[in-house]
Design a protein around this ligand. Structure first.
Ligand SMILES: [Fe+2]
Ligand SMILES: [Fe+2]
Length: 157
């Protein structure tokens, strides 16, 4: 994951970079939509545990560092609303990934429900990431106070 001390110490943090791993997973999942159902099921079984834990880690970075820094640096009712919604969506996505993992483990063949849930996760994650990347993160990148707060949080002993 990209938020490490060496990054912070390299003068300037690009918050948008934190999404590289999410975009990478989205590409992988989308390309899997074209596979034969049996291959897709096998691939899902292989990738879901890592996908789940990487996504959880990403959500934690946002919830523990990035969102609090944004709210402290640029407080507004609108941003509070937005952040609360994004955090709620993290919870929905974690729940969906858990359900998908159970389905994939228990079904011998891909079902319509598996394909549908996988497609929903892709769609929801894309929409969610777009709000962060188009709206919140560029504002944070442009805000000096926000950069200072994040450096302070991450470099705390
Ligand atoms: Fe998020
Ligand atoms: Fe995100």
């Amino acid at each position: 994951m990209s938020f490490r001390k060496d990054k912070v110490e390299s003068k300037f943090i690009r918050i948008a970079q934190e999404h590289e791993i999410v975009l990478d997973y989205l590409e992988k999942l989308k390309s899997m939509l074209n596979l034969a159902p049996r291959d897709r099921l096998q691939k899902l079984r292989e990738m879901l545990p890592v996908f789940k834990s990487d996504m959880r880690h990403h959500f934690q970075i946002e919830e523990r560092f990035l969102f609090p820094a944004a709210l402290l640096a640029m407080p507004s009712v609108e941003l509070v609303d937005r952040v609360l919604m994004l955090q709620k969506e993290h919870g929905y996505t974690e729940r969906d990934m858990d359900i998908l993992e159970k389905m994939v483990e228990n079904e011998p063949e891909e079902t319509e429900a598996i394909f549908q849930l996988m497609s929903d996760i892709i769609e929801d994650t894309e929409r969610h990431a777009k709000i962060e990347m188009d709206d919140i993160f560029p504002k944070m990148d442009a805000d000096k106070k926000c950069q200072k707060i994040i450096s302070g949080i991450i470099l705390e002993p």
